[in-house]
Design a protein around this ligand. Structure first.
Ligand SMILES: [Zn+2]
Length: 262
């Protein structure tokens, strides 16, 4: 399996990633199941803060595996700090995982509930000289995860991303995505779960401090359907719905999941 060939089908899916990326069978992989009753309420955990510059948003891309928004990370213009983190983490990209139906799609599972989707907002520690270096360090990356729940109350949070979907229908399509502040996606309650894990896509580097929002955000069934209308193939190929781009649960092993006290 090469960089271009991994995916989510039987032939190239999560069960086979380790053949090309051995760390995918490591001891600190993600996602994991979170059971509230086993979460350690840690008095030392602080609230987290972001300071995002809407001007840092660059473009939105269908890479055949997800929809991804890229941000300018050449200086500290959009940052995350606090929570379980030491120092400053720079915003690099956000992307989404979703299902073929509303009862699946999230990667993390909280108290046995799998949600319809999960947004990952990826940041890297400025302690390291660049993103590539950060990927090699256990504290190199911080991902804010937001769970998506289908509901009736129309919420504007996902609107900007969903509106752009027609412009990036097929794999390889990219569109400008100026003036976007991802903090509009945050739920009202900033309480979170945190643990040490990995990227959920190859190479599955074990460099991620996860900060998972406890409160899901509400999206409409139409918005989820719009995501599922993307194609995982290029414009020259037969349409193949980009769906179920989520990795199954990985063993927690000896790791502790923590949450702040208040
Ligand atoms: Zn992800």
């Amino acid at each position: 399996m090469t960089q271009t060939s991994w995916g989510y089908s039987k032939e190239n899916g999560p069960d086979r990633w380790h053949e090309s990326y051995p760390i995918a069978k490591g001891n600190n992989q993600s996602p994991v199941a979170i059971l509230t009753k086993d979460v350690y309420k840690d008095p030392i955990l602080l609230p987290w803060f972001t300071s995002y510059d809407p001007g840092a948003a660059k473009n939105i891309l269908n890479n055949g595996r997800t929809v991804r928004v890229a941000f300018d990370d050449t200086f500290d213009r959009s940052v995350l700090r606090g929570g379980p983190l030491q120092g400053i983490y720079r915003l690099r990209q956000l992307h989404i995982h979703w299902g073929s139906t509303d009862d699946r799609g999230s990667e993390h599972v909280v108290d046995l509930t799998r949600h319809a989707g999960e947004i990952h907002i990826v940041h890297w520690s400025t302690k390291y000289s660049n993103y590539g270096d950060a990927l090699k360090k256990p504290d190199g990356v911080a991902v804010l995860a937001i769970l998506l729940q289908v509901g009736k109350t129309l919420k504007p949070e996902m609107k900007r991303i969903v509106e752009e979907i027609d412009a990036i229908k097929t794999k390889g399509k990219e569109a400008p995505f100026p003036n976007f502040d991802p903090s509009i996606l945050f739920p009202q309650n900033r309480s979170y779960f945190t643990y040490q894990g990995s990227f959920t896509t190859p190479p599955c580097e074990e460099c991620v401090t996860w900060i998972i929002m406890k409160e899901p955000i509400i999206v409409s069934a139409d918005q989820m359907a719009k995501l599922r209308s993307l194609s995982s193939k290029t414009a020259d190929e037969l349409h193949c719905p980009l769906v179920d781009n989520w990795r199954p649960l990985q063993p927690l092993n000896n790791r502790m999941i923590r949450s702040p006290c208040q």
